[in-house]
Design a binder for this molecule. Structure first.
Ligand SMILES: Cc1cc2nc3c(=O)[nH]c(=O)nc-3n(C[C@H](O)[C@H](O)[C@H](O)COP(=O)(O)OP(=O)(O)OC[C@H]3O[C@@H](n4cnc5c(N)ncnc54)[C@H](O)[C@@H]3O)c2cc1C
Length: 259
């Protein structure tokens, strides 16, 4: 268990918990969904945690669980490999079932008031993970607020969780998912991992809105009476915030995090 241990100078290590990889699903050449089970980690849905893996035992990277906390110790992470990145490439390509990960320092993140106003979530790439955790947390409450999830990628195949989101929005009447792509067609380059994991469930071409997340979200007008959450790459977060503020969404209504 992750009890704090004393350092020589009287300071304390932050607690860490151990969790074992039980599933590694490589969905794209640069993206994997990783499932673990282990000690209960006391985070809140929408927070991120620090992760250490056996391939880089002295390094920690911050990831956002895609599930709310569960007493049986289930964790799920969505990881995108950053070109030239030290750890993300290893997580995507070299993680194996049985690997023991260290999990610690839950921090920051998003909060949704389940009794509050309508919710607008804007997720670019793996920015979907903390939103997904929040949606599943809201699903446990008696009357979740109407929630609009804008989820974006460069092209349709970047929407790596299209099947899960399609099923989720079918199950949850208070959830509307709006898929957004910058290009309506996929690049010619074959992604063998995409070809292997293709399923028939997902968004149809008619469901897709064309543009950047910033443009599409901005075109929906000011969100003056909403809880607004934005998560994705620092560039996507910056452009979406600019657009939201410019189109009249009050800054104090917006929570955001760059990955
Ligand atoms: C609160 C928080 C939550 C996060 N949650 C997730 C998550 O759920 N899933 C996930 O995949 N990642 C997440 N990240 C990002 C993650 O922590 C790492 O920063 C990322 O995986 C890169 O690590 P690395 O070791 O591969 O790259 P590093 O070796 O640390 O960096 C290599 C190079 O890549 C650049 N770089 C680092 N990050 C990015 C980026 N996002 N875009 C472009 N260039 C970059 C660096 O500047 C550096 O030049 C989160 C980050 C934060 C702060």
């Amino acid at each position: 268990m992750g009890d704090p241990s004393m350092l020589g100078n009287g300071a304390q290590h932050p607690p860490e918990w151990t969790s074992t990889v039980v599933g590694h699903h490589r969905l794209r050449h640069d993206l994997a969904v990783i499932r673990l089970i282990g000690e209960f980690v006391p985070f809140a849905a929408g927070q991120s945690v620090e992760v250490g893996m056996p391939q880089h035992p002295h390094v920690r990277r911050r990831l956002s669980p895609a599930l709310p906390p569960s007493l049986d110790g289930k964790l799920e992470f969505h990881v995108r490999a950053i070109p030239g990145g030290w750890c993300s490439g290893t997580m995507v390509a070299d993680t194996r079932p049985g690997d023991e990960w260290r999990i610690g320092t839950p921090r920051g993140g998003f909060h949704v008031d389940p009794d509050g106003e309508e919710v607008v979530m804007v997720a670019g790439g793996t920015g979907l993970a903390p939103m997904r955790a929040q949606i599943l947390e809201l699903a446990r409450t008696p009357t979740p607020p109407q929630t609009y999830l804008f989820v974006g990628g460069r092209s349709p195949r970047d929407l790596y969780a299209a099947d899960m989101l399609h099923l989720l929005s079918g199950e949850l009447p208070w959830l509307t998912v709006i898929p957004v792509v910058e290009d309506l067609t996929d690049p010619n380059r074959v992604d063998e991992w995409y070809e292997r994991s293709r399923v028939d469930i997902g968004f149809s071409a008619d469901d897709l809105l064309h543009g950047t997340l910033a443009e599409v979200v901005g075109s929906h007008g000011a969100f003056t009476k909403h809880q607004v959450l934005v998560c994705g790459s620092p560039a996507m977060v910056a452009s979406t915030l600019d657009e939201l503020i410019e189109t009249g969404t009050p800054a104090e209504r917006i929570q955001f995090e760059g990955l």
